[in-house]
Ligand binder design. Structure first.
Ligand code: SAH
Length: 221
């Protein structure tokens, strides 16, 4: 019989509430996505600990609190189209898929993308469109987006993506150098300009420009 994660999930949800996640839609979305399916089998028993976990290719699935916080700060509505940069495990995209009409998500590691796509299929999530590509360029063909969420840290606010944001739209991104002094930033597009606010300290893997050279012989991490 598969392990019953429901007790651990309830404790995690209580922890998220205690730490300031009070948007019921967000809590419900987190509750509805089985995080144990988004982590490697060896870490499954830790899936409901409030910590990031390795997913291969030196990348991580974010800490549940950070996923919930970014989702809450993004102020996603039912009719929204959301662009995510950095599919990773697919977990953040899956949470968002419960809250909006459509999620577009980009990943620069082919293997991670394929695993995420399998998870979306297994969970019968049909409103996520994902593709391989360099997210620093965004996904202009499907623009404009109501919301953009960047889940890897850029050294500077990725202003190039603002052009793909609808007027009045919101982008959330961690900004800062590799592995230190990063801040979560929320930007709201305002015609040709934008307003920016800082939302606190975070720690993300870096947003990397360009695509990796993935040879067939390259070892899986
Ligand atoms: N949202 C993910 C978190 C993944 S970590 C989740 O819920 O699991 C950040 C991801 O961003 C990594 O998978 C990394 O490969 C990806 N990434 C980094 N730079 C990128 C770029 N320029 N374009 C697309 N993806 C990128």
């Amino acid at each position: 019989m598969p392990f019953d994660f429901s007790g651990r999930k309830l404790s995690l949800l209580a922890e998220l509430r205690r730490d300031g996640i009070n948007d019921e839609r967000v809590l419900k979305a987190v509750e509805s996505i089985p995080r144990e399916l988004f982590v490697p089998a060896t870490f499954q028993d830790r899936a409901y600990e409030n910590i990031p976990l390795p997913i291969g290719r030196a990348q991580t699935i974010s800490q549940p609190f950070i996923v919930a916080l970014m989702t809450q700060m993004l102020q996603v509505e039912d009719k929204h189209c959301v662009l995510e940069i950095g599919t990773g495990s697919g977990y953040q995209a899956a949470v968002l898929s419960r809250l909006c009409r459509r999620v577009f998500t980009l990943e620069r590691h082919q293997t991670l993308l394929q695993e995420a796509q399998k998870r979306f299929g297994a969970l019968r999530i049909h409103n996520i469109t994902s593709r391989f590509g360099d997210g620093t360029k965004g996904w202009p063909e499907a623009a404009p987006y109501d919301r953009i969420i960047v889940t890897a840290a850029a050294p500077e606010l990725p202003l190039r993506l603002v052009a793909q944001l609808r007027d009045g739209g919101v982008m959330i991104a961690p900004v800062g150098p590799e592995r230190r002094d990063q801040r979560l930033v929320r930007l709201r597009r305002n015609g040709d300009g934008h307003d920016v606010e800082e939302l606190g300290e975070v720690r993300f893997v870096p947003l990397v420009r360009g695509l990796p050279r993935e040879r067939a012989s390259q070892k899986e991490e």
